[in-house]
Design a protein around this ligand. Structure first.
Ligand code: PLP
Length: 393
């Protein structure tokens, strides 16, 4: 079913103020999400934080089934974590790497993840193997298959990179990795909320995501999925009195489900906001959202292709909602600022976030315009009209 865009815009307060093409940075939340978050902050102030949590218990407990529904998981496989990086860290740093163990990743990998590979490699003697891209700029599946050997402990990739429209073939990767009986960690920070993500179809053991990007949740929220069947024996790198029980004077018992990756204190208003945001994704339907976002993004690429001096830089066979481009002879951060001055929000992706990919392509940085359901064709026209003189000037 097609989305009611007018209604979505009416229910998104930010639409009245900005032309927001920065969903990949942080998207505009709906009023419902905003109200749910603020109402809980207010309740905390009025009756006390613990008392507010008690009163909101059904909603807080509802976080797990709502997220589980969104990604095809079981509620017990979901941990609330304050952002995608920490969620990813909790999975990655809980693995026990030995000298010679191999970590396979992809060219488009996110900088924070890669820094963690480097740190663990330095500490443990594990090795990092970057699987090359195929001719479409996606991970080369045949090369991945060839690279897997007895020493391979983990395949870890980002589903959709921060720096472009690329959608990695996560499901095909999963098939190869599962057949080999290796652990599969998927950074789904940009894909959850953008496209249908089904952990059972993908076959990942861990998946990390953030609230504020395509889910349209509050900042400072995220989650980790840990497949029960394959990760139950993995003890988290951190334990506290929420992740484990102090069951004897010299003993503790780790929570049997994904709650073992959580910790006790959290941004409760954020949990509620993210739950509501996930419910909205489920209600609108991820297939409908994905269809609309691809329509908008393809429309934007088509428009940008008509601007002299603009080169589109998105890779991959299926392109998602993140549109990137380079402008001949222009300073991208200055362009971003000039647009910001007109209340048009875009961002710039630099080698800071993906060194291998952008450096490998000889790109210092790229302009990034990332669409969401509240954007319209009229806005895309307005954006390109604002860009034209800046590119020519
Ligand atoms: C934004 C991003 C992250 C980091 O997410 P945080 O919520 O900021 O920790 C990780 N991976 C990718 C691909 C991202 O785009």
């Amino acid at each position: 079913m097609a989305l009611d865009i007018d209604r979505i815009r009416d229910e998104t307060p930010g639409c009245a103020h900005v032309l927001h093409l920065n969903a990949a940075g942080s998207s505009l939340p709906s009023r419902r999400t905003l109200d749910a978050t603020i109402d809980h902050l207010r309740l905390e102030a009025e009756i006390g934080g613990y008392e507010a949590a008690d009163r909101a218990r059904p909603v807080l407990d509802g976080f797990y089934p709502s997220i589980a529904t969104l990604i095809g998981a079981e509620p017990g496989e979901i941990a609330y974590v304050e952002n995608a990086t920490r969620a990813w860290d909790l999975a990655f740093y809980s693995l026990d790497f030995k000298p010679g163990d191999r970590i396979l990743t992809c060219v488009s990998e996110y900088s924070s993840n890669y820094i963690s590979y480097l740190q663990v490699a330095k500490k443990t003697g594990a090795e990092i193997v970057v699987i090359p891209d195929d001719k479409h700029g996606q991970i080369d599946l045949a090369a991945l298959e060839r690279a897997i050997d007895k020493r391979t402990k983990l395949v870890s990739i980002s589903h959709i990179p921060t720096q472009g429209g690329l959608v990695q073939p996560a499901e095909a990767v999963g098939k190869i990795v599962n057949d080999a009986g290796i652990l599969y960690l998927l950074d789904a920070c940009q894909s959850v909320g953008m496209m249908p993500v089904d952990v059972k179809k993908i076959g990942c053991d861990f998946l990390s995501a953030t609230g504020r990007k395509y889910m349209r949740g509050p900042r400072g929220t995220g989650f980790l999925y840990a497949r029960q069947r394959s990760t139950a024996q993995i003890e988290p790198i951190f334990l506290d009195n929420h992740a484990a029980r102090w069951s004897g004077d010299n003993d503790y018992t780790v929570m049997p489900d994904a709650k073992r990756f959580e910790n006790w204190e959290r941004y409760f208003a954020g949990v509620i906001g993210l739950k509501v945001a996930a419910d909205q994704c489920n209600e609108l339907g991820m297939p409908a959202i994905w269809a609309r976002l691809r329509e908008l993004a393809d429309g934007l690429r088509t428009r940008l292709a008509t601007v002299k001096g603009v080169t589109l830089t998105d890779l991959g066979v299926t392109k998602g909602a993140i549109v990137t481009f380079a402008v001949d002879g222009k300073d991208h951060p200055a362009l971003k600022q000039a647009l910001r001055d007109q209340r048009i929000n875009v961002s710039v992706s630099t080698q800071f976030s993906s060194r291998l990919d952008l450096k490998g392509r000889g790109l210092k940085d790229v302009m990034r315009a990332s669409v969401h359901v509240y954007n319209t064709e009229e806005e895309l026209d307005r954006f390109v009209a604002a860009l034209r003189p800046l590119v020519a000037g």
